[in-house]
Design a protein around this ligand. Sequence first.
Ligand code: SF4
Ligand code: ZN
Length: 739
Amino acid sequence: MSKIIAKAAIRGAHAMVKQAEENLNKAIEQKGKDALVQYPNTAYYLPIILLTLGQKVEKVGDLEDSLKEAKKLLADIPSDELWLPYLGDTLNAGIATLISEEIIESLKYTVGPDPVQGIWLGFTGDNILRMQGIKLVDGRMPGFAAIAGCTHTNEEAVRLVRGLQERSILVFMAGHTNGRAIAEQLAEEGIEMNWDTFLVPYGKEITAAIHALNFAARSAMTFGGIEPGNLKAAREILLYNKNRVYAFVMALGADTDVPDKEQLITDEKYATAAGAINFGFPVISDVNIPQILPTGICTYEHVISGIKLDEIISRAIELRGLTIKLEKIPIPVPYGAGFEGERVRKENMYVQFGGKYTDGFELLRMKPMNEVEDGKIEVIGPEVDEMKEGEAYPLGIVVEVAGRDFQEDFESVLERRIHEFISCANGIFHMGQRSIIWVRISKDAYNKGFKIKDFGEILLARMHDEFSRIVDRVQVKIYTDEAKLKKLVEEAKVVYSHRDDKIGNMTDEDVDIFYSCTLCQSYAPDHVCIVTPQRLGLCGAYTWLDCKASYQINKHGPNEPVEKGECIDPVKGQWKNINNYIEVKSNGNLKVFNAYSIMEDPMTSCGCFECIAAIVPEANGIMIVDRDFTGMTPIGIKFSTLAGQVGGGMQTPGFTGIGKLYISSPKFISAEGGQNRIVWMPKQLKEEVGERLKVLLEKMGNADLFDKIATEENAEDPEKLVEYLQEVGHPALEMDPLF
Ligand code: SF4
Ligand code: ZN
């Protein structure tokens, strides 16, 4: 343990506690002790305080207790004469710092200044956490970096974050060096920063770094099902982060205003770093701060420093043990999952395709071996350099694959990935699938030499890479010729509808095998999804066909075939072999599982559900709420709170996580009477699932049910809801009691 670090960190902690105390006193003076203090959209109160102290802070006055606990953790600042190389004091100082930073940042939501300003985003709500969580789970996002400070030049800043984006590492930014923050440098360079681009600027002050840690703390509570509230839990959460959340802190640039010249960065930064080390997150720096090399708390070293900026990413990856798959695709723009959600705005667009402007489609087909010449790319029609800036052109992407083990059923599974594959190119925007695609090439990408042909390069590389077990040959034909395209779109539409009929008509009774998904076990160790043709995984990302293809690709992957065996209850959806399988895979936690029931032994939930279905006792029905809806539900609980109670791999009768597609399945909680039980959905969700749901209700001879389902516009509490349901004559009121 370096003496300088310990001293600076403990001194920094004292200063941070003092600042928290001042801010708290001011807040009490201005707003009183009973004023509410809360972050937006979370069920975890102030997550760091909840985690470390088990305290559920709701009011400004509650923070007095938090502060008292933080003070207890402060040791005296070590003097040079009396030096005890004891790591514990520094780690405790780190926790005291985090608690103080949480006080400082949360109070901003009560007394201001508003932390959400300009480029700064402030606290991350639970809804985003869940959406990003699945990426951490399935490895699309290998970990995160928390950057404090800035680089010498803007160009270096851009190069650094592009490197992180290419490796799909999520980047949190908080804190500055001598008044300059990397997020400000990126903003000056016009880099898009938000959750979609994996670049998240929290705040200019180092205290905002707390949001990176309360993100980590909540992933443990959300996906790990760990209950906070005592020291043992706090330790578990820290271990969970150390073992599963691959994160590191990057401290960039030397601060000039420091008490001891050798320390190079501020006391507050050391104190915050000491807090991060408690989570097992090591620190890496481009300046020569003292190193802490012996391993112990972190998997590897605690602090390494003096690393050249060009090497800092690879050193950080080694340090934290991240598994990175770097895509090597021969195209002239950077490529990686960090670019997937990036948009190309009209001002930055060179040309566009599809959308409401022109015809566009994409189609993946299986062909006999001899009809596919591997690696061939054809552009039929004008290339991008023959196109006029600002114009819209037609685009048809046809991918043809051949493989000994390829089955026609897999076509749609691979085709659905085209969106993700193309989106990952920097400067390319892609939306939709099938015949409703919309694609833009940015001026920047065009200037770097990006061509239509490069869509082919991307697809060749990624299809081979991801599906090497079932795909032997790939060729791509890209049409920009209007006359040819017209005919091809029509042909493609025939293929789409043929597929839909085939899959749409497949029932759970048609198959002997269901698939399991245990992908989320890396976060929720007891959770298992059983995926059937009529009930997809609760994250919405895995249908029965997806699982089948995934098993074909990797026999030892997260999806296994499970033979149903003897049917114990056809109405509730219970099978002997499935029960046995679940018991083993849930580590003995589950014995019985009903696929179609919400009341009795329902499916467990990990944390990344698209929606939650929950009973509304007063209405004798159920409501469905999705994670994008942040308003109040008629059971008086918001999605974020509800999600905290349902997740973690436990069975919770009356509540279940579901994928959106399941809402329009004939097997939707059929044990309790199916869609007739649906009494409430947010308007936006109702619209989104509307088309499919209406088709199903029509088939069931129940077409008028759709309009009877209430939304937040009709009711936000149970009384209003029941009133509304009576008015429209909703069938749930007349059904057997749910209990
Ligand atoms: Fe997780 Fe289930 Fe989705 Fe698999 S299907 S990724 S286990 S939620
Ligand atoms: Zn999950």
